[in-house]
Structure formats: C-alpha cells, structure tokens
Design a protein. Sequence first.
Length: 346
Amino acid sequence: MSLRTKVKNALDEARILVLGTQVLLGFQYRAFFEPAFDRLPRTNQDLKVVGLVLLLGVMGLLLVPAARHRLVERGEDTPELHRFTMNVIGLALVPFAAALGLDLFHAGWTRGPRLGVALGLATFAVAIAFWFGIARVFGHRPPRAEKEGSQMKLEDKIVQVLTEARVVLPGAQALLGFQLAMTLMEGYERLPDSSKDVHLAAICAIALTVVFLMAPPAYHRIVEGGEDTERFHRFAGWMVMAAMVTLPLGFAGDLWIVVRKQTGSRGCARVRGRGAALLLRPVVLRDARAACAPPCPRRLKRIPSGPRCERGSAALWATASSSCGAAGRRRARAPGRARPCPRAPW
C-alpha cells in the first residue's frame, strides 16, 4: 500500500470519528437549554459539562492532522504525518468513549440511578474493549517503516485537501444547526443580553466556517472549470486553514455560554435559597414568639400547689427550657399560674 493511500485512509478514519462526534456534540449543547435540564441534580449537570468538554477535546484532536498537513508538511504526504494521524486518532478514542458513557449514564438515570451508573460504565468498558482490547485478541501488527517517496502529484494533493475539508465540515454543520435552533428555545430567552451577543458572534464564526469550506468546490467549478491547478490547490488549502480558525471560535463562544448558564443557575439557586430564607424568616420568628409568649389571661386559673401538678410542671419545664430558653423557664416557674399543655411551634 502506498503512503498516499495510507494517509488518505487515516484522514477518512478521522472523518468517521468526526461524524460520530457531531451527533453527540449537538445533543450536548442542546441539553443545557431543555426544560428538564434544570430539574437534574447538580452532579448530573456538572457531568453534562464534563461530557461537552470531552467532545470538544475529541473534535480538537481530530482537526490537528489536517492542520499539520497544511502547515508543517505543506500538503505533502510523509511517514511522520501518517504516524501522527494514527496516534491522534487512537488518543481521541479515549475521551470519546468517556463522553459516550456519560451520555448513556444520563439516559439510564431516567430509569434510576443504579441503572444509569451500570449503563454508563458498561458502555465505556465495551467501547474500550472493542477499540483497544481487540488488539489482544487478533494481535498487533506494528506499522512498517515507510520511505518518503517522490514529490506528490498535483491531483493527489487536491484529493487530500478536499478530504481534509470533509473532515472539518461535519463539526461546523452540527454546531450551526444547533445554534440556529437554539434561538427558538425557551431557555435562550432567559439568557442575558451579553450571552445572546456572544451566541450571535459564534453563529457568524460558524457560518464563515461553512462558507470557507464550501468555497473550494465553487472555485473549482466556476474559476478553474473543473481542472486541477496549483492555484486551486493553494486556494483550497487557504480555505481549510481559515475554517480551522473560525471553527474553534464558534465552539469557544457557545462553550462560554453553557458554562456561564451553568454557573448562573447555581448562583440563581443560591439567591433563591437566600430569598426563600428571608421570606420564611418572619414566619419562623412569628412562630417562635407565639411559643414563648405568656399565656392568655382568660385561660389562667389559680390552682393549689401539690403533688398533682409536679408531673405537668416537670413536662412544661422541659418543653419551655428547650423551646423558649430563659424566658420560658421564668414563666414556667411563676407561682399561681396554670400550666397549659404546650404546643409545638410548628
């Protein structure tokens, strides 16, 4: 197998992983703006953020080979590029398996915490077993040392740069679809204006990414008439590199919105808790004062002291001591007063 074919196959494998990541990535972003998200436990909400960060890390790793091909190798296929691409793809499988397990954990949580934990761990274990443990079953063949061949043909370079564009495009289209749908969600209306401005800027960045990646086919058909030229190869390389600049900006903008929303929800929860405490404070103080207030004079009745009131006095003393403090003890000791049955403050 030639080196050119190996590099192309490695890029195609990266594209397969990008296609699998884009679906989970769109789901992760969307989940933060669904009404049921606010009802999840805080731990589950934090795990959602962790899953989103893992998928963004996977996407970043999968875009690195194309950037190296453009910047370091200048569009040439080299053995170093092939080894680097294979290692990066293998490394990206680990956080992808973890993110997949977290998503299955959240799905299983709807039927119970134990099922969610078991399903998440089982998914992660099965993914790792099929992706890495399978080498122990069928054996591992080390890659053969490839010698760098002659200079690539122009048509081979164009095929590679178009393959790199197909690697980057799925991530952009998945995020753009989520961004446009997000503006119609109920959770988006509650965002502050600054977050909406950042989201609009992120939409523009991803829209530019899609424009950049769709420019080479248009240039190839309209300007070059479908012919492979060196000018077209340079233009396509520039567009791929420009897309790799705007795509991370869009990802970063929406990630900032999600993290701010998650942090803001905690802050709102603390504020609501303090507000509820302030609202309930007059009620608590009112009940405490009612419990420790002197009894109504109409209900007072002088009774002679004697053994028959010792039990009631002892019970009232214990209740007054625990609920009303020193003031209650003084009233409980007052002579010549009836000892009414104390009622609980609640």
